[in-house]
Design a binder for this molecule. Structure first.
Ligand code: TPP
Length: 600
């Protein structure tokens, strides 16, 4: 059946039995394809029936679907003209693993970062109202994404509006790891029926006859009105609440959505799904199968930078009860799983709440604790004001372990950590380090732990290039390290670009410096290099604008030093998806590019 399905119009003719077969075929198709391409397997296995029902009932692009994060929208992609390109998912030149406006008119809002869907869908709904076009706006948000502060800001606005907005809450009780927090507990309570019994005890007459959840699902149509529970949190905020219903039960989903389509108030439908549904391995370990690597990915025996960080946490926490590690919902990706098991009392997963993670760390620091915020470069963008206003301005002693800095690969522009050096470098009181391997990273973490002011250590996705890295050593603040002594040309390399600088330096007979610190810069060494070499090159895995090379350039300019400096880094554009190696090639960050730069 899938062969004949390309666009939403193709499914509108199908009967329920055919729709069910289509769901089964899509499930098999996704399992087969994602295992080859890599991607978000478990989230997508959980949203097949929901996506089919949405496209059966509504009509995109007239109606707008806004998928939160956009990582669960593969079925939507299949049903909106992209089935034949699924094999290119997340690859260079291929389709994105998230929703992307440039890719299809059916992707009404681009995503990648979490908790934006209600705001965007509300904007669309209010625009629809202003333009009197009667189009529908639907946000799909997971229980994980609902933990992000922006969702609450949007609910606060939506509940006080009369916008024609439907929010589908896709509740699978999981973020990437197990979902956390009071909101998650509240949703569980809603589902388990405890809330109904509590309400029943308060003797609201009609609730006496309230069927349990599975009966709700079966009788969704006739009970649609009765299902509006006046005391849910959502209802209190001014939204009509419907559900919970089984998000894998196509007939119920379709009937419910058909009913909700006729309404025009802000409303929320709570659906219960199973992450990884239909694939035993994914159902049993949804965290592992949240995102999987392509089949062809060779695995290295060396530890990744994230692993090095995790090991440092464990070793340091053993003797320091004041070390507190914080993750905004990225425990596994940040290398903290073992730490979580071993030091539960020194570990906080605060949900997808980067802003809160940063300021929470600030509060801990005021009391003399040693907070370490593990955060991906791209997600630190969410906590920027908090970093400035709550941490740096008060000179609080918080360590930021900034993972996935630079090009990240298949996740593409939404996840690339291309900007952190530029947006961090301008903040007073910060120390910024960029290790060139795992050993240096470990030394930098030791150094940061001894400091009394805010420190950022930014490191890339991938292996840390050393076998042994556990050490008591530190690095001297603001000092770079000359790795190769040459003449005429000096290369100032930052972070993971030191390797290729050494490669190019050997060929060029150039000096190579592992800069280690972006702030404070080793200005003494820069001055010395500038006076003993004829040409200077800087290289970094960050945008050139405002980055580490810019810092050197500013210094040279201020000192009226005229030795020419060529800056290598990422261009002033959003980067594409592809493997890291492909992208380094595309953006001119290879040893060959360093050599070519000397010929200009
Ligand atoms: C701002 C931000 N922080 C972290 C992430 C990483 N992330 C991607 S999906 C996800 C979990 C989302 O959980 P949920 O919304 O419940 O969707 P599910 O995968 O369970 O379907 C996280 C933490 C992100 N995309 N954006």
């Amino acid at each position: 059946m899938l062969d004949s399905i390309n666009y939403p119009k193709d499914i509108k003719q199908l009967d329920l039995r055919q729709l069910q077969s289509l769901a089964d075929e899509i499930r098999a198709f996704l399992i087969e394809n994602i295992q080859k391409t890599g991607g978000h397997l478990a989230p997508n296995l959980g949203t097949i029936e929901m996506s089919i029902a949405m496209h059966y009932v509504f009509s995109t692009p007239k109606d707008s679907f806004v998928f939160d994060v956009g990582h669960q929208a593969y079925t939507h992609k299949i049903l909106t003209g992209r089935k034949d390109r699924i094999h290119t998912l997340r690859q260079k030149g291929g389709i994105s693993g998230f929703t992307k406006r440039a890719e299809s008119a059916h992707d009404s809002f681009g995503a990648g970062h979490s908790s934006t869907s209600i705001s965007a869908a509300l904007g669309i709904a209010i625009a629809n109202g202003i333009q009197c076009n009667h189009h529908k706006s639907i946000a799909v948000i997971g229980d994980g994404a609902l933990t992000g502060g922006m969702s609450f800001e949007a609910l606060n606005h939506a509940g006080d509006s009369n916008a024609d907005l439907l929010i589908i809450l896709n509740d699978n009780d999981m973020s990437i790891s197990k979902n956390v927090g009071a909101m998650s507990k509240y949703l569980t309570k809603l589902i388990s029926g405890k809330m109904y019994s509590t309400m029943k005890n308060k003797s609201l007459g009609f609730l006496q006859k309230m069927p349990r959840m599975h009966e709700f699902a079966k009788r969704s149509e006739e009970h649609l009105k009765g299902m509006v529970l006046p005391s849910t949190l959502f209802e209190e905020l001014g939204l009509d609440y419907y559900g919970p219903i089984d998000g894998h039960d196509l007939p119920t989903l379709i009937k419910t959505l058909q009913n909700l389509k006729t309404q025009s108030k802000p409303r929320l439908l709570h659906i219960i799904t199973k992450k990884g549904y239909g694939l035993d391995s994914a159902e049993n370990d949804p965290c592992k199968f949240h995102g999987i690597a392509p089949a062809a990915d060779g695995s290295s025996t060396l530890d990744s930078y994230s692993n090095v960080f995790g090991r440092w946490l464990i070793n340091t926490a053993a003797n320091n009860k004041d070390l507190i590690a914080i993750t905004p919902a990225m425990c596994t990706g940040s290398g903290m799983s073992e730490f979580e098991q071993k030091f539960p009392e020194q570990y906080f997963d605060v949900g997808i709440a980067e802003q809160h993670a940063v300021t929470f760390a600030g509060g801990l620091a005021t009391q003399g604790l040693k907070p370490v915020v593990a955060i991906y470069s791209t997600f630190l963008q969410r906590g920027y004001d908090q970093l400035i206003h709550d941490i740096a301005l008060q000179n609080l002693n918080v360590i930021f372990a900034i993972d996935r800095a630079g090009l990240v690969g298949a996740d593409g522009a939404t996840h690339a950590g291309c900007f952190d050096l530029s947006f961090l470098r301008c903040i007073p009181n910060l120390t910024i380090m960029a290790p060139s391997n795992g050993l240096e990273m470990y030394q930098m973490l030791n150094t940061a732990f001894n400091m009394q002011s805010p420190v950022c250590i930014r490191y890339p996705r991938g292996v840390a290039n050393v076998e042994k890295y556990e050490t008591q050593d530190t690095v001297e603040i603001g000092t770079a390290k000359v790795l190769l002594k040459g003449e005429k040309i000096a290369i100032f390399a930052f972070g993971n670009k030191v390797d290729i600088a050494l490669e190019a330096g050997a060929e060029l007979g150039a000096s190579v410096v592992d800069m280690r610190f972006v702030k404070p810069l080793d200005t003494q060494l820069i001055k010395e290099m500038a006076s003993t070499h004829q040409r200077l090159i800087s290289i970094e895995d960050n945008v050139i604008s405002g980055g580490a090379g810019s810092a050197i350039s500013e210094y040279l300019h201020q000192q009226k030093i005229t030795t020419p400096l060529h800056l290598l880094g990422l261009p002033d554009e959003f980067t594409e998806q592809g493997t890291q190696a492909e992208l380094y090639q595309q953006y001119g960050l290879t040893a060959k590019d360093i050599i070519n730069a000397t010929k200009i």
